[in-house]
Design a protein around this ligand. Structure first.
Ligand code: UDP
Ligand code: MG
Length: 330
C-alpha cells in the first residue's frame, strides 16, 4: 500500500481541553439494583454538587445509569431520576453482563472525563475528587485501588490473589486490587473505542492504552444493600476471558507439555527395549501399558480443551456481533 503525505499529518485535538473544571460524567452499570439505586443516586449527586460548588467540576456534570436488562424496578427508578438534568439513563435491550454494560456507558456518554463505579456503593465515593485532581494534574487514566481486601470473603480474597498471580505469570500486566473504579479522559475513551474485541476484559485492556496514569487508594466497603450480581459462574467467565483474551501462554504450555511427555515416553520405550534385549526377568504387566496410556489420554484431552477455548474465542470474534444493544437513552 502506498502512503501519501496525508497519512502522516497529525491532527490537532478537536476541542480545547478544560483540565481545571472538566465536565464530569459518572457511569454506573446497574443490574437489578433497586435496593441501592436511590441511595447511590443521592450519594453520587451530593459528591458531584460539592465538586461543582468548589469549581472542580463543570455545572453540566452528570451521572449516567446503565440498566443492564434488569428485571426489577431499576429502570423505573432511573426514569424518575432522569427528570433532573443531573441524571441520564441508558437501557440495554437485555442483560449483556457487567463489562459490556460498562462499555456501553463509556462509549455513549458525553463529558471531558468519565468515572466508572459500581452501583452498590462499595467503592469510596470520596475518592472521586482525588481522581479528578489527578486528571487536573495531567493524568489521562486514574485507577482506583483498594487499600485492603478486608471486606471480602476468604474465598474471594484467595481466588483473586491466585488469579492475579497467575495472570502476571502469563505476562498480563494488571493493576492488582483494582476493579472497574477508574477515571478515563476523553482522549483515553476515544482510544478505547478503537479496540473492537467482543471478549471484553476492561481491566486488561485499559493498561494497553498507555497515556499518563495515576492511582488513588481507597477503602472498599460492604455492599450497601442487595445481593452480589456476580455469582461464581459469571466470575469464572470473566476470569477465563481475562486469560484467553490477553495471553497465549496456555497454548505454548501445551507444546512444552507435549515435548516433555514425548521425551518421557521415549525414555520408557528405551528402557523396555533395553530390558528385553538384556533378558531381564520383566513380567509384561499392565502397569507399563495402562499408566502411559491414561496419562497421554488425559494430557491430550486437556490440550484439546485449551485449544478449544481459543478456538471458541476466534469463533466469537470473527462473528463480530455488536457488543451491546441500546434500547433507550434518557
Ligand atoms: N452488573 C451488571 N450486569 C451484570 C452483573 C453486574 O451491570 O450482569 C453490575 C452491578 O449492578 C454492579 C456491578 O456490575 O453495579 C458489580 O456487581 P457486584 O457489585 O454485584 O459484584 P461484586 O462486587 O460482588 O463483585
Ligand atoms: Mg459489588
Amino acid at each position: 500500500m502506498i502512503h501519501d503525505q496525508e497519512d502522516f499529518t497529525i491532527e490537532p485535538s478537536a476541542q480545547p481541553e478544560n483540565r481545571s473544571c472538566p465536565q464530569v460524567s459518572i457511569v454506573v452499570p446497574c443490574y437489578n439494583e433497586q435496593a441501592v439505586l436511590p441511595e447511590t443516586a443521592r450519594a453520587l449527586s451530593a459528591a458531584l454538587d460539592a465538586m461543582v460548588l468548589s469549581g472542580k467540576a463543570a455545572p453540566t456534570s452528570s451521572i449516567c445509569f446503565i440498566d443492564d436488562g434488569s428485571t426489577d424496578q431499576t429502570w423505573a427508578i432511573i426514569e424518575d431520576l432522569a427528570v433532573s438534568p443531573r441524571f441520564h439513563g441508558i437501557k440495554l435491550s437485555r442483560n449483556h453482563g457487567h463489562q459490556r454494560a460498562l462499555l456501553a456507558g463509556l462509549l455513549s456518554t458525553q463529558g471531558d472525563i468519565l468515572i466508572s463505579i459500581d452501583a452498590d456503593l462499595q467503592d469510596d465515593i470520596s475518592a472521586i475528587e482525588a481522581m479528578v485532581s489527578a486528571y487536573s494534574g495531567g493524568a489521562e487514566i486514574v485507577y482506583g485501588v483498594r487499600k485492603s481486601r478486608a471486606s471480602d470473603s476468604f474465598f474471594k480474597r484467595f481466588s483473586a490473589l491466585t488469579y492475579y498471580r497467575l495472570l502476571a505469570m502469563m505476562g498480563v500486566q494488571l493493576t492488582s486490587n483494582h476493579a472497574d473504579f477508574r477515571l478515563l479522559s476523553r482522549r483515553a475513551i476515544e482510544a478505547l473505542r478503537e479496540y473492537r474485541e467482543t471478549n471484553l476484559f476492561l481491566r486488561g485492556l485499559i493498561p494497553l492504552l498507555g497515556f499518563n496514569t495515576a492511582t488513588v487508594y481507597y477503602d472498599r466497603k460492604e455492599r450497601f444493600a442487595g445481593e452480589s450480581k456476580y455469582p461464581l459462574g459469571k466470575m469464572l467467565h470473566l476470569a477465563i476471558d481475562g486469560i484467553t483474551s490477553f495471553s497465549t501462554v496456555p497454548l505454548q504450555l501445551i507444546t512444552v507439555l507435549g515435548f516433555t511427555v514425548s521425551a518421557a515416553s521415549f525414555g520408557i520405550g528405551l528402557w523396555a527395549l533395553w530390558a528385553r534385549l538384556m533378558h531381564y526377568p520383566v513380567v509384561p504387566g499392565w502397569t507399563s501399558t495402562v499408566v502411559p496410556l491414561s496419562a497421554l489420554g488425559g494430557i491430550q484431552l486437556i490440550s484439546l480443551g485449551v485449544i478449544g477455548q481459543y478456538l471458541a474465542k476466534i469463533y466469537i470474534e470473527v462473528k463480530s456481533r455488536p457488543r451491546f444493544i441500546i434500547e433507550k437513552i434518557l
